[in-house]
Design a protein around this ligand. Structure first.
Ligand SMILES: [Zn+2]
Length: 244
């Protein structure tokens, strides 16, 4: 997919640290706008253009209020960097995901209610809607701890559970979504929560009829495309009442 000359892919890999910081602020506000705020918890991060620096929301600020000064740079090649002053306790989840997955350019951790409820069950995600098509192989569950993920070993456990996938349900806790860039990471976090909500609604109505997995794989390719991720990103940004 190509974009008009002179027009950067706004939700794509950042060209400068300032771009990365702006993407993090926008992602946090978009997540809040779509119901994924939980007190001052949850965070988004973007891999900076220089590789070893990750840009991530700091602790103490609600997602809806995140500004450029609330985004801090953390060195990926420093084993103690998750202890950076101001960093959320669960920053390690992001760092271990980037370390395990060179293809990942953005990571989100939030506490969306339907996804938490889904992760607290044994059945897992059913492919009941077009939202489910983003996860044709289902969504794995990390159950290494029901508490916060704060140690390198726990962070590595989350990354291992994620594997090569787009998202992982953290049992009794929340989600981690990863993407090649911020537009895909946000799309994944929002779409997983919608799929979980639809499953909740469907099960209250009757016996569910999932999309067969083979069909889901075929449909997923057409439904989720690079140009759409950019289009959605620009739409979400335009929807914000008070852009950063
Ligand atoms: Zn959490």
């Amino acid at each position: 997919m190509s974009y008009p000359a002179g027009r950067a892919r706004q939700g794509g890999p950042p060209a400068t640290p300032e771009d990365a910081i702006r993407q993090v602020t926008l992602a946090c506000r978009i997540l809040a706008r779509h119901g994924q705020e939980d007190l001052t918890l949850g965070h988004a991060s973007v891999r900076g253009p220089d590789g070893p620096t990750i840009w991530i929301k700091r602790k103490g600020r609600a997602l809806r209020d995140v500004r450029a000064e609330d985004v801090i740079g953390i060195a990926l090649d420093d084993p103690a960097s998750h202890l950076t002053p101001g960093a959320h306790l669960e920053t390690i989840m992001h760092l271990e995901t980037y370390r395990a997955r060179p293809d990942v350019g953005a990571v989100i951790h939030t506490h969306p209610v339907h996804s938490i409820a889904l992760g607290a069950t044994r059945g897992g995600l059913e492919l009941l809607s077009h939202d489910g098509l983003l996860f044709p192989d289902g969504v794995p569950v990390f159950d290494g701890t029901a508490g916060l993920v704060t140690t390198p070993a726990e962070g590595q456990g989350v990354a291992a559970a994620l594997g090569a996938g787009r998202a992982v349900l953290l049992r009794n806790h929340g989600i981690l979504a990863a993407g090649p860039d911020i537009s895909w990471a946000v799309l994944t976090a929002l779409t997983l929560e919608r799929a979980a909500r639809i499953q909740y609604i469907a099960r209250t109505l009757g016996q569910t009829v999932p999309i067969p997995r083979e069909t889901a794989h075929e449909l997923s390719v057409g439904k989720y495309r690079e140009e759409f991720a950019e289009e959605y990103w620009q739409d979400w940004c335009g929807m914000l009442d008070s852009p950063p």
